[in-house]
Design a protein around this ligand. Structure first.
Ligand code: PLP
Length: 392
């Protein structure tokens, strides 16, 4: 038998295991060191009350014959798709319920979506990048062209007359750089994709961190996007669902490639290979989109954003160059004094007992950068910042 040889082309990812090993070695040698992790990408605040109450209620329903539910609706329960459609409507985006697919999170859909596209397409992927975009394409044997995201383009690459590709990934607000596209920037990508028959995979996992309504939360706020873009979103960072697992993907009815409706293809793919998100979780997600739920998650996001502000403020005072930290939980900073990502990682660990994520782990353009995250505890963030400031 033959295995999928493409897996041999995956680069081993040592990033998080290397970080863990270095931190553990350091702690073994310095047992009294109070190491603060500002590298974690996971949320730390608990689920909001509305979601928890809804899930408790739904659990009890599952234990009674009259209210028990088995397999759910194939695209996700209508009550949740209606809640999501209502959320988009507030920003002037009209979605049909048939265009919304409930998922167990953005990562699965980002990977599974590639089932719809031929292996001989080229994927256009920004560098630095959330590594899932790269690895899922390598697994499928697809060739990849990288888009340089760097300080010169404010980490927001745009297409030009030489840009070629079939599937382009746009993540805004961006992981790892924290950069956010303006409407004008996204419009350039939408026009490019419509002109050359490409498809945009728009990752909106951090949309809830946008605090300025002139910035687009959804690609569908941009004219023309309904004929070229798929949007993948998640309640992971919006509402702390990293462990609970729920997200959604929008595939517009008007998105047609090769004469076929991608929405219909995705429906077929999902009904064949996916059996839905638990009823209890979908009820929890529905509650997130109620007035009370949205208010509660806003408070959690405000907490993380205040952490980000504290970090960004300190970096500004220390004249460290960085992006992000305003409409994003990520701060992407230039390592001082020409240090490489790992040199600065070691420096911060040893001198301040603070752990970041070396930018080099997100692609070649990440070399010389470090990612800090705002998902931690306020006291720890303040303490970490004090320590970093004292290093100056
Ligand atoms: N997209 C981006 C840019 C992410 O950073 C993450 C998680 O860190 C995901 C998607 C995955 O989210 P989910 O938990 O919904 O699978």
């Amino acid at each position: 038998m033959k295995i999928n040889e493409n897996y041999k082309n995956l680069k081993e990812s040592y990033l998080f295991s290397d970080i863990a090993r270095k931190v553990n070695d350091y702690k073994a040698k310095n047992p009294d060191a109070d190491v603060i992790r500002l590298g974690i990408g996971d949320v730390t605040l608990p689920l909001c009350k509305s979601a928890v109450d809804a899930m408790v209620k739904a659990s009890l329903e599952m234990g009674k014959k009259e209210t028990f539910r088995g397999y759910g609706d194939e695209q996700g329960y209508a009550f949740l798709r209606e809640a999501i459609a209502g959320y988009y409507k507030k920003r002037g985006v009209e979605l049909d319920l048939s265009e919304i697919f409930i998922s167990d999170g953005a990562k699965s859909d980002l990977g599974n979506m590639l089932d719809l596209f031929g292996a001989d397409n080229t994927a256009l992927i920004p560098d630095p990048v959330y590594p899932v975009y790269v690895d899922t394409n390598v697994m499928a044997g697809r060739s990849i062209s990288f888009l340089n995201a760097n300080a010169e383009n404010a980490f927001l690459p745009l297409p030009d007359e030489n840009t070629r590709g079939d599937i382009v990934y746009i993540c805004s607000p961006n992981n790892p750089t924290g950069a956010v596209y303006t409407r004008g920037g996204l419009k350039k990508w939408v026009d490019w994709a419509n002109a050359c028959d490409a498809v945009i995979l728009f990752d909106a996992a951090y949309e809830a961190f946008i605090g300025d309504d002139s910035l687009p939360h959804s690609i569908y706020e941009i004219e023309g996007a309904r004929t070229c873009a798929i949007e993948v979103c998640s309640l992971s960072k919006t509402a702390g669902f990293t462990g609970t697992r729920c997200g959604y993907t929008v595939v517009p009815e008007t998105l047609v490639r090769g004469g076929r409706s991608l929405r219909k293809m995705w429906l077929r793919r999902q009904t064949t290979k996916f059996n839905g998100v638990p009823y209890i979780v979908q009820r929890g997600a529905e509650a997130v989109f109620t007035e009370a739920g949205l208010h509660e998650i806003k408070e959690n996001i405000a907490y993380y954003k205040e952490n980000a502000r504290i970090i960004a403020d300190a970096l500004s005072r220390a004249d460290v160059r960085f992006s992000g930290g305003v409409h994003s939980p990520y701060i992407w900073l230039k390592c001082p004094e020409g240090m490489t990502s790992w040199e600065y990682f070691d420096f911060l660990l040893k001198r301040a007992n603070v752990v970041g994520t070396p930018g080099a782990g997100f692609g070649k353009n990440g070399e010389g950068y470090l990612r800090l995250t705002a998902f931690g505890d306020r006291g720890n963030v303040k303490e970490a910042v004090n320590r970093i400031m004292k290093l100056k």
